[in-house]
Each structure stands twice: as structure tokens, then as C-alpha cells.
Design a protein around this ligand. Structure first.
Ligand code: HSE
Length: 290
């Protein structure tokens, strides 16, 4: 059995902790024979545990405490600590691992509840489970969500060569926001979602660029964000946003224009320090091959 979970990009600007989309880079978990203890083969580095303290196994055991240990292999195309949902993909894979091994037959709704409670916010785990573009709300007890498709566009990811821990990036956020400012920030998130659903990427892109929940506070941690924003404003692209907690930046641009945008990026950024690539929306979410 093999479990596949997509990468995700959370927030899209003002959809902070609420919106996210699934992307076609994947985490793969191969499940081999039962064993006396959990063993995970991987080449993700010494910092990633290879036994039952790995997030994959701790998550699976949170779902089924006496799950029979197995030998596993973890392969990931999702860069770590870059804002593309690598740890959320592991949480979703852990839930699916328990689901499959214990034959729980969890519904998407049940997976969403479990994953969101573990992660604390739904914007990465939701699209990792369901694919496409998800808008969700979590009140610490229950998560509600709507799935929508992403209008046709090209997506460029600018992935810096440095890591940014989500905890550090969240640490840059203020404790509170002024009421009027929160109302304005919220209206932009609302319009982002409405525009996506109406397939109006011009308006969605405009809202992506007007986040006031988190990007202004994180900009100092991701210096290239200002450079990319300026470039996007003077190009044919719809908009750009920090992907999750960063440092990856996502650009949404009309079909056929990503080449020209990437050429402009190459003039502004030192390409040795970035992976700049096109990504596609994943429309499936977590998938099990048997
Ligand atoms: N919404 C989250 C954040 C995503 O921006 O901090 C990363 O966990």
C-alpha cells in the first residue's frame, strides 16, 4: 500500500488560517510488513526521526493508540520548512495510515476534524485531505469547510534556499488587531473567496496582494516578498502571496504568461538562492494506492 499526500499553500494572502490550495508535489508513504517496532526508511536528514517519535507515527497512534507497528518508507518532494505544508502532509498521511491499517473507514469530514485538531488550523490539512481550494473555519471544536476549484491559471512558486520555522513566522504576528483594521482585513478575505468562486482571478489576485493579517508583519523575515510584489504589480500576473508562513512565495498568473514572469524574476533574484518552478493544483487530496 502507498499513501500520497499533496503539498499545500495556505492563506493566499487575506485567507489567513482559513484558505489553502493543494499543489502537485507529494509526500509518499509506502507501507510494508508488520514489525515489532515502527521503522521509517527515509532520506530526509538526521533531524527527522526514523521510529515511533516521527510525526507520521505519533499522528497514527493518536488516531488508534494500539496500532500494529509496520515498516514504512517516507519519500517527499515537498521541501521542508518552506511554507508548502510539509508537516501537514505528514499529519494527513498519519491519519490515513491509521485509517487504512485499522480499517476505520473515516469520512473526509472525520479526517478533517482529526487533522485540524492536531494542526490547530485547517488551511494546510484541509486541501491536503480534499485537494483543490478549500475555505474553512475552526472554532477549536469543529471545522466547517467549502471546497471549490481554482480557476484556470499558471502558478509559479519561488522557493528560497533558507528555512523559516512556522513558529518563528507566527512569532512575528501581533497579539491583537484594532477592530476597524480587523474588519477591513476580513472583508478582503471574504472578497478573495468570493472572487475565486466566481472565477474572477483579477479580483482574487488584487485581494491576495492586500492582506493585512500577516504579511506586513512577516515581510521582514522574507525580504524577497517586497521584490516579488513590485514585479507582480507591473506585470500581467494576477497576484502573489506568501505561501503559508513562508518563505515560499506563490504567483498566480494568466495561462501562457509564466515564462515571461519567470524571466523577470531571473533579472531581480539571484537564481542560485531560489528554486523557481511551475506547480499545478492537485484536485484529489490524499490518495491510497493498494
Ligand atoms: N496559516 C498558517 C500561518 C500556515 O500562516 O502561520 C502555516 O502553518
Amino acid at each position: 500500500m502507498k499513501i500520497r499526500v499533496p503539498a499545500t499553500s495556505a492563506n493566499l494572502g487575506p485567507g489567513f488560517d482559513s484558505c489553502g490550495l493543494a499543489l502537485d508535489r507529494y509526500l509518499y508513504i509506502e507501507v510494508f510488513e508488520p514489525a515489532n517496532e515502527w521503522t521509517i526508511l527515509h532520506d530526509l536528514g538526521e533531524d527527522i526521526p526514523s521510529g515511533e517519535t516521527n510525526l507520521l507515527v505519533t499522528t497514527a497512534l493518536e488516531v488508534v493508540a494500539d496500532l500494529k507497528p509496520h515498516r514504512l518508507k517516507m519519500t517527499s518532494e515537498i521541501p521542508l520548512t518552506r511554507g508548502l505544508g510539509s508537516s501537514s502532509s505528514v499529519i494527513v498521511a498519519g491519519i490515513e495510515l491509521a485509517n487504512q491499517l485499522a480499517d476505520l473507514r473515516l469520512t473526509d469530514y472525520e479526517k478533517m476534524q482529526i487533522a485540524t485538531k492536531i494542526e490547530g488550523h485547517p488551511d494546510n490539512v484541509a486541501p491536503a485531505i480534499l485537494g483543490n481550494f478549500i475555505t474553512a473555519s475552526f472554532d477549536s471544536v469543529e471545522v466547517d469547510y467549502v471546497k471549490a476549484s481554482v480557476p484556470a491559471c499558471e502558478i509559479i512558486a519561488i522557493i528560497p534556499d533558507y528555512e523559516l520555522a512556522t513558529s518563528a513566522s507566527r512569532g512575528a504576528l501581533p497579539e491583537s488587531l484594532d477592530y476597524k483594521d480587523a474588519v477591513k482585513a476580513s472583508s478582503r478575505g471574504n472578497l478573495l473567496v468570493a472572487a475565486m468562486i466566481r472565477e474572477d482571478l483579477i479580483l482574487a489576485g488584487k485581494m491576495m496582494m492586500q492582506d493585512e493579517w500577516h504579511e506586513p508583519y512577516r515581510a521582514a523575515l522574507v525580504p524577497e516578498l517586497a521584490v516579488v510584489r513590485e514585479l507582480v504589480k507591473t506585470s500581467s500576473a494576477f497576484g502573489c502571496a506568501l505561501s503559508g508562513a513562508g518563505p515560499t512565495i506563490l504567483i498566480l498568473t494568466p495561462i501562457g504568461t509564466s515564462r515571461e514572469i519567470k524571466a523577470k524574476l531571473a533579472e531581480k533574484l539571484n537564481l542560485e538562492k531560489y528554486e523557481i518552478c511551475n506547480l499545478n493544483v492537485d484536485t484529489h487530496g490524499v490518495h491510497v494506492y493498494k
